[in-house]
Design a protein around this ligand. Structure first.
Ligand SMILES: [Zn+2]
Ligand SMILES: [Zn+2]
Length: 210
């Protein structure tokens, strides 16, 4: 793990710069060659780059990503297919408890040989830089697609009580709020005072922005 971390360069490099072959997210195709039909399996564990995260959940930078890829020389370039596995962490979209979940992203990308770009769909495909492939951008796209928009700690998580914010999975089954119960009226008063403090806590004011 530590030897990867020392090699990894998280900084974005200028588009004209050569790729760093020591970067574990750069694939070297020299062993594969360019004869159509040849194949190469690449299995490695790499530290996750920055940016593999949505709002509520993501794969932490530096945590383990397992790549299991097949590189295949085709006429136009190199076809990269396979899976990326990691562990995402975040919070439950219903009750805000911490969640950890396995994430598997599928990769299927064609990287064209330099100079072989055919006009119309050049935007949609990657390109080799010399003999090297920069995996990070497409890997990021694939991982972001594989992350859940709204992760849950369990499929039947009941979420939070709208009145007191308690986790409904942890309170008694008959949890209700009787406004005449003095135990709650004290809490309601506290909640009202908290809601009135701090401009940063204000509800989004849509009108102001228009
Ligand atoms: Zn939950
Ligand atoms: Zn409640």
């Amino acid at each position: 793990m530590s030897q990867y971390r020392s090699q990894y360069r998280p900084q974005p490099r200028p588009p004209h710069a050569r790729l760093d072959p020591r970067d574990p997210l750069v694939l070297d195709t020299r062993e594969l060659g360019r004869r159509a039909g040849s194949m190469l399996r690449v299995q490695r564990t790499v530290p996750a780059p920055e940016g593999l995260a949505l709002e509520l959940v993501g794969i932490a930078a530096g945590s383990e990503l397992r790549l299991d890829l097949k590189l295949e020389a085709v006429m136009e370039g190199v076809l990269v297919s396979g899976t990326v596995n990691g562990t995402a962490v975040g919070e439950c979209g219903r009750c805000l408890e911490p969640v950890r979940l396995p994430v598997e992203a599928e990769l299927l990308e064609l990287y064209a040989y330099p100079g072989d770009r055919s006009g119309e769909d050049a935007e949609d495909i990657g390109q080799l830089d010399g003999d090297f492939i920069e995996l990070a951008p497409r890997l990021r796209d694939a991982v972001l697609l594989a992350l859940p928009l709204r992760p849950v700690c369990s499929e039947d998580c009941a979420g939070l009580c709208a009145t007191c914010g308690a986790r409904l999975d942890e309170v008694s089954p008959g949890h209700t709020h009787d406004d005449n119960d003095p135990r709650w009226s004290a809490l309601h008063g506290l909640a009202d005072r908290l809601a009135g403090t701090g401009p940063g806590e204000a509800a989004p004011a849509n009108e102001e922005k228009r």
